[in-house]
Design a protein around this ligand. Structure first.
Ligand code: FES
Ligand SMILES: [Fe+2]
Length: 459
């Protein structure tokens, strides 16, 4: 439970609010770059500010206030120019600094105009556009692993959710929810919707998830270099199959969740970007990587899609993982009143998440840089968000060491498991299935460790 004041402190993101000022210290993903290829001008609302993202005819990106200074026309209908964005009404031209650099038909069209529109630096990385909305100079744009991992194909799912960003992010501090949200609840939905055939194909995942609810001895969490990680401890004595500790997705501060790992057949970053206090831009950045020797199709543009959360009658669609998560987040309310909650032992990681958030807000209040702000220049080295840096990483796919083959159903999309999550709506699903088929073939063809050893001995 939190006090009303602390709840406000951790959730509100407007300019001048404690959390809003923290958020303004980060490069924030605001849109798939592919959206600008469909339309070079796009209205975006981020941290409660209405802005327009645009691509000039020379290919440069800009992000400026949404209303023309002349007579306040909405610049999302503007005309991209060589040097900026031109208002559709009388042609005033705005450069990337928000300055009005030309006013056609005025007595001195190029004379300096005394005011400027708000404007923020923007950069593209891995098919996503990032904006920095804080005090200058901007820090380095961190190269989180999934955005730059080689020999991979990608797609970006985006959704606007009607709730505060922290509700989505707290889900990452909640490793136990899978048992019900993606287990029993999923099963219930399929039963209700007559998905017998579907149920058959989901048996493996549904069974695995409901089983995770049995024999929980403890739930723990600890901070990491870039955020925190959490674990469920299972005990045979309490009914689990064996004593076991399961590690779950990792928080990359302040708004990412990292699943999978570098080079694995399916990983993602889920970014919970605050649109304003009561809306979140949920970006699921999906990466499908292959080991050396298995080629991935060339991808000139990372495509985007919007997984549907409602059917044509407005009823929630609930038969896949992301939609189930979205439901439990927004159904808590626009901003959940945490002074009324009753936390249990499975919420231990959530308490750490809130503490980490509060501590970093305090750092900003003290004039210091918070966690994951890097000042090393234009870019950083590759950063392994989940803290699983491969020992032999050099950035070259030839140095890749294949992951240990696990039981991850997400690597078996070619066997029908893709329908479990949002990926099933993605534009590159057939490419992913083909890739996973070829990865499996390569893994099966790989010499087993003892055969390898024998070969070495003979040599
Ligand atoms: S309203 Fe934009 S130029 Fe006149
Ligand atoms: Fe979930």
């Amino acid at each position: 439970m939190l006090s009303v004041e602390m709840n406000e402190r951790l959730t509100r993101v407007g300019k001048g609010t404690p959390c809003g000022e923290l958020m303004r210290r980060y490069w924030i993903p605001i849109a798939p770059y592919a959206q600008l290829l469909e339309n070079p001008v796009k209205a975006v609302r981020i941290l409660g500010e209405d802005l327009v993202l645009y691509k000039t005819t020379k290919g440069a990106l800009g992000l400026i206030g949404q209303r023309c200074m002349h007579r306040l026309v909405d610049l999302q209908y503007g005309i991209p120019d060589e040097e900026g964005l031109r208002c559709p009404y009388h042609g005033w031209l705005y450069g990337e600094t928000g300055e009005c650099v030309e006013r056609p038909m005025e007595a001195s069209p190029r004379a300096k105009f005394p005011r400027k529109l708000p404007a923020y630096p923007v950069r593209e990385m891995g098919g996503l556009v990032f904006a920095y909305m804080g005090p200058l100079p901007a820090p380095a744009l961190p190269q989180w692993d999934h955005f730059v991992w080689p020999n991979a194909i990608r797609q970006i799912a985006v959704n606007v959710l009607n709730c505060n960003w922290l509700q989505c992010q707290e889900n990452t501090g909640d490793p136990a929810h899978s048992v019900y949200t993606h287990g029993y609840f999923f099963k219930y939905i399929l039963e209700r919707e007559g998905g017998a055939e579907r149920m058959e194909s989901q048996t493996h995942t549904l069974h695995a998830r409901t089983k995770w609810g049995i024999g929980i001895k403890d739930v723990t969490a600890n901070t990491t270099q870039y955020g925190f990680e959490k674990f469920i401890h299972f005990s045979q004595e309490l009914g689990a199959e064996k004593d076991l500790v399961r590690r779950h997705s990792t928080v990359v501060f302040p708004f990412y969740t990292s699943t999978g790992g570098p080079g694995s057949p399916r990983s993602d970053y889920q970014a919970r970007v605050p649109i304003d206090d009561e809306h979140t831009l949920h970006i699921t950045y999906q990466v499908y990587a292959a080991p050396p020797g298995v080629s991935v199709p060339e991808q000139n543009v990372v495509p985007w899609y919007e997984p549907p959360l409602h059917d044509e009658k407005g009823k929630p669609i609930l038969d896949y993982v992301l939609a189930q998560d979205a439901l439990v987040w927004w159904s808590q309310g626009a901003i959940v009143d945490r002074s009324k909650e009753a936390l249990g032992r499975t919420d231990v990681p959530i308490i750490l998440l809130r503490k980490q958030l509060d501590e970093n807000i305090t750092l900003v209040e003290q004039g210091k840089d918070p966690l994951n702000v890097f000042r090393t220049g234009e870019t950083t080295e590759v950063l392994f968000g989940a803290g699983k840096e491969p020992k032999d990483w050099t950035g070259d796919p030839a140095t890749y060491r294949p992951p240990v083959i696990g039981q991850d159903y997400r690597r078996m999309y070619h066997k029908g498991f893709a329908i479990d999550d949002a990926d099933r709506y993605g534009p590159i699903l057939e490419q992913i299935k083909d890739l996973h088929r070829r990865i499996e073939e390569a893994e099966l063809a790989r010499p087993k460790p003892q055969e390898k050893e024998g070969a070495l001995t003979q040599a």
